[in-house]
Design a protein around this ligand. Structure first.
Ligand code: MSP
Length: 642
């Protein structure tokens, strides 16, 4: 019989020195879906990879005095190691520096240009290098990047543009007539109402101010800019546009692009439009999952709250991490990472529920029957019937949940069987049956039923916790582990001999581990070096400085000076003009009416032709990303600051 195909992709990752636990979520979730489809008989193509071009990479390589390719090679090797460590079963790993991808992107660019969808123009606006994004004046927040809050640079350069608006109506119609295309539903409305309906701007798709990118073949000096390069990976990986496009014919359109919600706009607007322009079918579904947050919100290096998946895998094992990720991020919304919850979940769900069920079942078979699995009797009581019914109905429920990408719910269905089996032990009291020779048949039935329930659990777990599934399979000597065998409750082989095995999830002493983890984190945290303290001064020196409370009466930017603001301040009845380099941090209207501290006896100077009679005191972060003017409260103007 011809197998059904299933094509699933993750985003291709930016080569970052260390992917955090949040980054690994997309790939672990995609892996569970891919494994599940393989288990249930599909021919699966699971694609992941790396997104290696761009100005940021070029700059990071230059800072290390390396060629960009050599620089990314090292990082990509690390990412592949991480995926191995997390048991990610990808079928193909694409790198945007791979030759075939480069050729395909060049072909796509040329085709779009030849058919008039791309034109040459010039781009003027603000550019945030870390985010590799352009912004207009109105999009900036306090003059900074609206996404990361960092300073932006003014840029003007010749660029190619894609005429997005040409396809907007077709895309709106497509989205409206294909309700399954953007999932979850709420994200669909966000895309339609916030981006598509208000009107699409043309997309800048080439750059000339850096060179680390795919060259535009017919216009040297231009490199393809970010999204056309990155998004095309989903089809170039299948051989689209090459001499051998068998995989493309077989697997395209993708069944699902699984992505984080932050890149939904690119996948549900730009990507479908590129495909429409190419005359190719659109992916069947784009699923935007939520974020894994840590206690303080988003994970970021600067907040120092990044959770390292390698550390967790080394401490608790890959499946403990997979279980947490797969179970704790609800369908389509955000989830939380917290070490204490992680360990408590480990103890309750993995060590207690599942681990204990495995060890109790095998220990009793060893204790009462010397390890031999005996045949069950044909008589059934209500407990048996209920356990069987719950177990036999589980695969279908898991399937329904997985088809709707409700991974946590799928795991819940499996755990319903695990918990029902534990309850069955309490109900049937095998330790009492074991004391009575005449109850041996009944005991054999109870233990057989437990093993059989565990066999169902093990077969399904292959998709979620593959390493655990192998361990249970080995320990309980399951031979019959095909998905088809889950149709009837009799797959465990009578006569199998079990031996004592290892504890699969040893309980964690949560308090002790939390202390250890905190100590480890502290030891690893880079020590902050504060700026050296200046040469010592005497109190007399200090008293020479006259600091006063002043109120800002008026404030405006100085034309042509990016950082400067001109302020009128009241110094207890005397009006002064001060020029201050704080326009990146404050809008003029935010300062008006505010009391600030002025160095009042500083010799006046002219800055950009404007007189500055003093200096406003402010505190700033080491990297100058944040700055706050010193607040003297509501004191009268003219008051002395000491
Ligand atoms: N290179 C682009 C994708 C191009 S796809 C054609 C990119 N790369 S990324 O490395 O920044 O992100 C990879 C994936 O990690 C994205 O799906 C992103 O949403 C996801 N996540 C990053 N931080 C995350 C969390 N804290 N939680 C969950 N997913 C997160 O974007």
């Amino acid at each position: 019989m011809c197998k059904k195909n299933f094509y699933i992709t993750t985003p291709i990752y930016y080569p970052s020195d260390k992917l955090h636990i949040g980054n690994t979520y997309t790939t672990v979730a995609a892996d569970a879906l891919a494994r599940y489809k393989r288990l249930t008989g599909y021919d699966v193509m699971f694609l992941t990879g790396t997104d290696e071009h761009g100005q940021k990479i070029q700059q990071r390589a230059e800072a290390k005095d390396m060629q960009p390719k050599a620089f990314v090679d090292e990082i990509v090797a690390g990412i592949k190691d991480l995926w191995n460590m997390m048991d990610i079963s990808y079928d193909k790993f694409i790198r945007t520096t791979d030759d075939y991808h480069v050729k395909t992107v060049q072909k796509i660019f040329k085709k779009l240009y030849d058919q008039g969808d791309i034109y040459k123009g010039s781009y003027e606006g603000w550019y945030c290098t870390p985010c590799e994004s352009f912004f207009t004046d109105t999009q900036l927040v306090n003059g900074n990047c609206p996404d990361c809050g960092r300073p932006v640079e003014k840029t003007k350069e010749e660029s190619y543009f894609f005429k997005m608006s040409k396809y907007a109506d077709r895309l709106i119609e497509y989205i409206e007539t294909h309700p399954e295309f953007i999932q979850p539903e709420s994200r669909k409305n966000e895309m339609l109402n916030n981006f598509l309906r208000p009107g699409l701007q043309d997309l800048c798709i080439s750059r000339t101010s850096f060179s680390w990118g795919i060259p535009v073949e017919f216009d040297p000096g231009h490199v393809v800019y970010v999204w056309i390069d990155a998004l095309s990976n989903y089809i170039s990986a299948l051989g689209y546009g090459s001499d051998n496009d068998e995989l493309y014919k077989k697997f395209w359109p993708a069944d699902v692009h699984l992505i984080g919600k932050d890149i939904l706009r690119f996948h549900t607007i730009y990507w479908p439009i590129i495909l429409m322009a190419l005359g190719e079918p659109l992916p069947k579904q784009v699923f935007g999952h939520g974020w894994l947050l840590v206690d303080g919100g988003k994970m970021s290096k600067s907040k120092g709250n990044v959770v390292d998946p390698v550390l967790l895998v080394n401490e608790f094992g890959c499946d403990a991490v997979r279980y947490y990720l797969l179970h704790e991020i609800p369908f389509g919304s955000d989830g939380l990472y917290n070490s204490e919850i992680f360990m408590n979940k480990f103890n309750s769900d993995l060590a207690n529920d599942l681990g204990n069920l495995v060890s109790r079942t095998s220990a009793m078979i060893i204790k009462y029957f010397g390890g031999e699995v005996l045949a069950p009797s044909s008589e059934e009581d209500n407990f048996d019937k209920e356990l069987k019914a719950v177990t036999l109905s589980m695969p279908e429920k898991v399937e329904a949940a997985m088809n709707a990408f409700k991974i946590p719910e799928a795991l819940d269905e499996i755990w319903t069987v695990v918990r029902r089996a534990n309850k069955y032990i309490d109900e049937t009291t095998p330790w009492i049956l074991g004391k009575d020779e005449s109850k041996k048949d009944r005991l054999a039935t109870v233990l057989y039923n437990l093993l059989e329930a565990l066999r169902f659990v093990t077969v399904e777990l292959e998709a979620f916790l593959p390493n655990t599934a192998s361990k249970i399979k080995e320990q309980l000597k399951f031979e019959n582990v095909s998905y088809e065998s889950l149709k009837s409750f009799d797959g465990v082989k009578v006569g199998t001999k079990l031996e004592k095995g290892e504890v699969i999830f040893p309980r964690i002493d949560v308090e002790k581990k939390l202390e250890e983890l905190a100590a480890m984190k502290e030891a690893q945290a880079p020590k902050r070096e504060i700026k050296p303290i200046k040469e010592e001064i005497t109190i007399e020196d200090f008293e020479k400085i006259d600091l006063r409370v002043v109120k800002v009466l008026a404030c405006e930017p100085i034309k042509g000076a990016k950082k400067l603001l001109k302020l009128k301040v009241d110094l207890g009845g005397e009006e002064r003009q001060v020029v201050s380099g704080i326009s990146q941090y404050y809008k003029p209207e935010e300062l008006v009416g505010k009391n600030v501290v002025l160095v009042a006896n500083l010799k006046p100077v002219k800055l950009r032709g404007e007189l500055s009679q003093g200096m406003i005191l402010a505190a700033s972060s080491d990297d100058d990303k944040e700055l706050f003017v010193v607040d003297p409260g509501k004191l009268e103007t003219g008051s002395v600051v000491r």
